[in-house]
Design a protein. Structure first.
Ligand code: MG
Length: 383
């Protein structure tokens, strides 16, 4: 199964798709992307393909993973690990297709019949958030994620903390006690504010708080954990088992959130999940990306015993209606019911990509970047 060709497609809204092709005509897809750095990752994939992977046997996934990671003196970080991630996904897709089996089967087989998912609540104002939360519960979601706050200074007066609490309180009132609420801080608050906010959120029994401190400041998690009963989560900005290692060693973490398109792909996400299991930590895979990333993530989520809940980044109810739908031959494979997705049972990643649609939409000159946020005094804030 010799790899003879590849193509990269930067497509709306902000995704990058990789197509690998073998000499016997098999095609495998991956999603190597860092949001806002599509072109940088694209270059990284080009370098790996031309300097190493073209001409190799696609079946030797672990050896290729080691060569792509360990074979390079400089390694790790979002760009290189996301490039490896997308390639790894495409290799698993190829392997699954060559055996006529879903990737989950090759990883040891499913440990569950359904995969619980959560959806993100948009909206800035408290009433908008409540309305969206209600709508999502009405279509069957039993877990929701909300942003806690916009830009925050290192310390804030009581009104700013009260606003965070009011948002969460309102959502809890709307959804009732049967629904799980995830509160994402996106590293926007300092450790000093995190202490205040976490203890106040205990009253609303949230499922976990996400990135209560920046990934650069994870040494503060154990102290934070010792002050609150709210479970703590992080991991979407960690890129390998070695990035996760100190998190497990120090303790203070309840849930890890590796992203299958950032943390070295299917191979590495499974290893991180296994490490988490040994530390009594659950896995809630992050996935605010496209259909290939979600399919890859679901293949792992079907297998790992310590799965908590799976993220997804586009509408899946009643079937993908957003941009994802544009790229899939049959979007009904994302089969959502009562807060769960069915495992994908088709060969490889379990989705069929419409190549012509991908090629056509890749003609746009996208170059998506996030905004740079600034505080009132003009200094740069966390986005
Ligand atoms: Mg997040």
């Amino acid at each position: 199964m010799k790899i003879v060709d590849y193509e990269l497609f930067e497509v709306p809204p902000r995704w990058l798709f990789l197509k690998l092709e073998t000499a016997d005509g098999l095609i495998g897809w991956g999603e190597p992307i860092v949001e806002g750095r599509a072109r940088t990752v694209r270059t990284a994939v080009d370098e790996i393909m031309s300097s190493y992977l073209l001409g190799k046997n696609a079946h030797h996934i672990e050896d290729h993973w080691q060569a792509m990671y360990r074979g390079s003196f400089y390694r790790g970080g979002p760009v290189l690990m996301s490039a490896i991630a997308g390639i790894d996904q495409a290799l698993w897709d190829l392997k699954g297709r060559s055996f006529g089996a879903p990737v989950s089967e090759l990883l040891g087989g499913k440990t569950r019949e359904r995969i619980r998912v959560y959806q993100w609540i948009g909206g800035d104002r408290v009433d908008e958030i409540g309305t969206e939360a209600k709508q999502l519960c009405d279509v069957g979601y039993t877990a929701l994620k909300m942003d806690a706050a916009n830009q925050m200074r290192h310390l804030e007066p009581p009104a700013a903390v009260s606003e965070i609490i009011a948002r969460v309180e309102h959502v809890r009132e709307v959804v009732g006690p049967e629904v799980d609420i995830v509160v994402d801080f996106r590293g926007r608050i300092s450790k000093s504010l995190a202490k205040r906010v976490a203890s106040e959120l205990e009253a609303f029994d949230v499922m976990f708080i996400e990135e209560p401190v920046l990934p650069e400041n994870l040494e503060h998690l154990p102290a934070l954990a010792s002050r609150t009963t709210v479970p703590l989560a992080t991991g979407e900005r960690l890129y390998s088992r070695w990035d996760f290692k100190p998190l497990f060693e120090r303790g203070g973490i309840d849930v890890v959130q590796p992203d299958v398109s950032h943390a070295g792909g299917i191979s590495e996400m499974l290893r991180i999940a296994n490490m988490a299991e040994a530390h009594d930590v659950a896995v809630a895979p992050n996935c605010p990306l496209g259909p290939i990333a979600l399919a890859a993530s679901l293949q792992v989520s079907a297998v790992v015993p310590n799965l908590l809940v799976q993220d997804h980044g586009f509408d899946i109810y009643p079937a993908p209606k957003s941009a994802a739908d544009n790229y899939l031959a049959d979007s009904s494979v994302f089969d959502f019911e009562n807060g769960y997705l069915s495992p994908l049972e088709g060969p490889g990643l379990g989705i069929e990509i419409e190549q012509d649609a991908v090629r056509e939409r890749a003609q746009q000159n996208l170059n998506w970047h996030n905004q740079v946020w600034r505080h009132e005094d003009g200094s740069v804030a966390e986005w």
